[in-house]
Each structure stands twice: as C-alpha cells, then as structure tokens.
Design a protein around this ligand. Sequence first.
Ligand code: ZN
Length: 83
Amino acid sequence: MSTASPVTHPRLRETVDGVEKLCTKCDEWWPADREFFFGDPEGVHRLFYCCKACYREQLNPRRLDKSADPQRRAFPTLFGARA
Ligand SMILES: [Zn+2]
C-alpha cells in the first residue's frame, strides 16, 4: 500500500481548496476544519462526524414540538376556564 496522501478515508476528499469531510447527517461535503466541524480527537481527521449545523440540530431535536407548545398549553387553560 503506497499512501502518499494523508487523505485515505472514504469520508474525506482532497479538493483544490483543501481537504473536505462528508457530514454523515446532511450528506454534504464541508471543509475539514474547525470552522465547519467540532473537534473530536477520535473522529475522522480529528473532527466530529457531523457538521456544526447538524450538531446544533441534534441538540434541539424538539424544536418543532416547542413551537406547538403554546397551543397545547392553551387547551387546558380553556378547559379550566369552562369548568
Ligand atoms: Zn451536516
């Protein structure tokens, strides 16, 4: 095996602009640096497996539920006012 290039992982690729990493969440290629990925010592290229945008979405997976919350909260209030 002659691996002259350090880019040997299937989720890494070399472009004219530098190394890019594939986010396994959104399936998009992003520059493999700390601007687009959080650092992870055990990750591919020492970066987290998904991009920062996907990571933030992962932290708030209930964002849609929250938007429906005020309506849900209004229901018991209405019911309480009636009773
Ligand atoms: Zn992503």
